[in-house]
Design a protein around this ligand. Structure first.
Ligand code: HEC
Ligand code: HEC
Ligand code: HEC
Ligand code: HEC
Ligand code: HEC
Ligand code: HEC
Ligand code: HEC
Ligand code: HEC
Ligand code: HEC
Ligand code: HEC
Ligand code: HEC
Ligand code: HEC
Length: 274
């Protein structure tokens, strides 16, 4: 009893002193913590966060060269709570359409390697924040490609898929390089070509016409398909475009269509010789 009483008495006496000491320690503590935070430099981080430092060194890009660890992580636990030292992207990236799309981490999955992206297979809308033109092309020229996501074909950023990954060529001598001469990827049915397109290429689908034209002895036989069918697939010229009015008006009045006598542009009434 005596012992307990004695302790309590001493405790009563020392209580104010105890509170004082705690208070001093607390203030000193905060003081020394803020000192510690001020002392942490960018060179220190690697001592404990080697793995992160290595990623930043290898793949940090502008997050290595344009900003430092401390630009993004202001403070350190336990002095500053964990959730307060992780920056939001919008703290530094604002004012462009691309920065408004949200979900930054779905593509920029690691802020320490910001351009090392893994793209999901179902992305279209976020791509359009920078590639409006391609989105517009696919929308205004409806084809079966318009139903695809951008990343159905572009599985990684800037990766171009070969057409022949999904399609067969029209003839065995066609190469990948040929496909896009006629078909623009995002509007593949807008088929155009230049004056140097060889007739053989058309022959892969129009074999009969090719055989007729090249098998007859006429001046047309020396012309390339695309000399007459210029620029765009299914472009059909009128004979008069090139020949004007070669015959007397009286004859034309009686026989208004050239092919009434000349049969067809491809044969000009001659039989194929082979
Ligand atoms: C003495 C070792 C040490 C140093 C130096 C150090 N850290 Fe840390 N860091 C840690 C430890 C330990 C944790 C985990 C703290 C916790 O879980 O409460 C941590 C946590 C973090 C976190 C939060 C991680 C999370 O889980 O959310 C970030 C961010 C961080 N440190 C960044 C830095 C930066 C930037 C530097 C350099 C300015 C740095 N650290 C220097 C040891 C250190
Ligand atoms: C551009 C801003 C930025 C820079 C620069 C940056 N970080 Fe980070 N850091 C972040 C973000 C954002 C997170 C949260 C990542 C998450 O939630 O997945 C993070 C997370 C961390 C973490 C905890 C998660 C982990 O990956 O271990 C540590 C530790 C860390 N950073 C350390 C560093 C160090 C060290 C540096 C410098 C070498 C640095 N950071 C540079 C933005 C940055
Ligand atoms: C403390 C500021 C800061 C924060 C926070 C920040 N960034 Fe950056 N980031 C920059 C700066 C500065 C650049 C370089 C900009 C420039 O050169 O135009 C940059 C560049 C980038 C780049 C281009 C990298 C390159 O090398 O081309 C990407 C991508 C990027 N940031 C994504 C993000 C994402 C995603 C977040 C959020 C996780 C984020 N940033 C948070 C400051 C920051
Ligand atoms: C659908 C994927 C995706 C999403 C979501 C995304 N980005 Fe990007 N981001 C990209 C691609 C792709 C690039 C182009 C990289 C290149 O040029 O190599 C890029 C480039 C950047 C750049 C550097 C080029 C520039 O125009 O400034 C910054 C900064 C950036 N993104 C920040 C962000 C922020 C902030 C968010 C969230 C609001 C975000 N990104 C969401 C895919 C995405
Ligand atoms: C922040 C802007 C940004 C975003 C978002 C973005 N890109 Fe890009 N993209 C670029 C830039 C910049 C280039 C380079 C353009 C150049 O070289 O002229 C590029 C180039 C490309 C290229 C062409 C590569 C080449 O060889 O010409 C393709 C394909 C591409 N992006 C697809 C995509 C897809 C798919 C998405 C959505 C997942 C996307 N981009 C999102 C900025 C972006
Ligand atoms: C990822 C696979 C893929 C790639 C790469 C691809 N396509 Fe397609 N394409 C398809 C599919 C699937 C269809 C629909 C086929 C069907 O329904 O019979 C299609 C349809 C087409 C059509 C017919 C469109 C219509 O509406 O009738 C053309 C023409 C075409 N592709 C040309 C190309 C060309 C040229 C390239 C290269 C620039 C290309 N494709 C790249 C998968 C692809
Ligand atoms: C059917 C596959 C396919 C789809 C779907 C597709 N692309 Fe492409 N894209 C290609 C091919 C193939 C090229 C190469 C074209 C070339 O070299 O002329 C290309 C080229 C590009 C380029 C380089 C510049 C240009 O126009 O040639 C960009 C940017 C691009 N695509 C963005 C997109 C975006 C954004 C989407 C979604 C709206 C998309 N692509 C959908 C196959 C596709
Ligand atoms: C001389 C121009 C030309 C070249 C070169 C060309 N195509 Fe075509 N392609 C066409 C025409 C014309 C059509 C028929 C379009 C129509 O029905 O209106 C077509 C149709 C298609 C179709 C739709 C399905 C079909 O077979 O009718 C696909 C797929 C296709 N092409 C893929 C390719 C690929 C892959 C290549 C490269 C190996 C290629 N094309 C090269 C002109 C061309
Ligand atoms: C992939 C096969 C394919 C290729 C290659 C192809 N065409 Fe066609 N072409 C077609 C189809 C399919 C039609 C439509 C036939 C129909 O409607 O009966 C067509 C129709 C035409 C028409 C008739 C248009 C009309 O309204 O009567 C002309 C002219 C034509 N093609 C010229 C060409 C020329 C020139 C080339 C070479 C530069 C070419 N084609 C290459 C498939 C092809
Ligand atoms: C001297 C000009 C000329 C040349 C060369 C020519 N065409 Fe034609 N083509 C025409 C004209 C004009 C028509 C319209 C029908 C007619 O008057 O015979 C036509 C019609 C067509 C048609 C529609 C179907 C039909 O038979 O009426 C196709 C397909 C076609 N041409 C493909 C070709 C191909 C493939 C070649 C090359 C092998 C070719 N043409 C060479 C002028 C030409
Ligand atoms: C794109 C221009 C073009 C079109 C369209 C065209 N031709 Fe020709 N045609 C020519 C040329 C070039 C010659 C050769 C002239 C020369 O060498 O003097 C020619 C020659 C001829 C000849 C003389 C043949 C010979 O072997 O002596 C006849 C007949 C003829 N064309 C009829 C037609 C008819 C009919 C049509 C329509 C069905 C037609 N052409 C459409 C360009 C064309
Ligand atoms: C009533 C029949 C008939 C009609 C209709 C006709 N032609 Fe002819 N055309 C001929 C005959 C016959 C010749 C001379 C025989 C030959 O040279 O093959 C000829 C010759 C030509 C020649 C070659 C002239 C030369 O100087 O070598 C051209 C070009 C020609 N016709 C174009 C046309 C065009 C274009 C039309 C339609 C506006 C047309 N023809 C309508 C019967 C006709």
């Amino acid at each position: 009893m005596n012992l307990i009483h004695g302790f309590r008495k001493r405790f009563d006496v020392f209580l104010p002193l105890f509170v004082l000491i705690i208070t001093v320690l607390f203030i000193a503590g905060i003081h020394s913590e803020s000192l510690a935070a001020a002392q942490l430099s960018n060179d220190d981080c690697v001592k404990c966060h080697k793995a992160v430092q290595e990623i930043v060194d290898a793949k940090g890009n502008k997050h290595k060269t344009a900003v430092s660890c401390l630009d993004c992580h202001k403070g350190h636990p336990p002095m500053v709570s964990k959730d307060k030292i992780i920056p939001v992207c919008s703290a530094c990236h604002a004012g462009k359409k691309h920065y408004e799309i949200g979900n930054c981490k779905t593509c920029h999955s690691n802020p320490h390697a910001p351009v090392d992206m893994k793209l999901a297979a179902n992305l279209t809308a976020p791509c359009l924040s920078c590639h409006e033109k391609q989105g517009e092309e696919m929308k205004t020229h409806q084809t079966k490609h318009s139903k695809f996501f951008c990343t159905t074909c572009h599985k990684a950023h800037k990766q171009i898929p070969p057409c022949m990954q999904c399609h067969r060529p029209h003839s065995s001598d066609m190469t990948e390089k040929d496909c896009q001469v006629c078909h623009p990827a995002h509007q593949p049915l807008t088929i155009t070509y230049g004056a140097d397109m060889p007739s053989k290429t058309c022959a892969s689908c129009h074999k009969n016409i090719y055989d007729t034209l090249t098998g007859t002895d006429t001046k047309h036989a020396k012309l390339a398909c695309v000399y007459c069918h210029k620029d765009k697939h299914r472009n059909v010229p009128a004979c008069e475009n090139c020949h004007g009015s070669p015959h007397p008006a009286g004859m034309v009045a009686k026989f208004p269509k050239c092919n009434m006598c000349h049969t067809s542009a491809h044969s000009l009434g001659k039989e194929a010789s082979k």
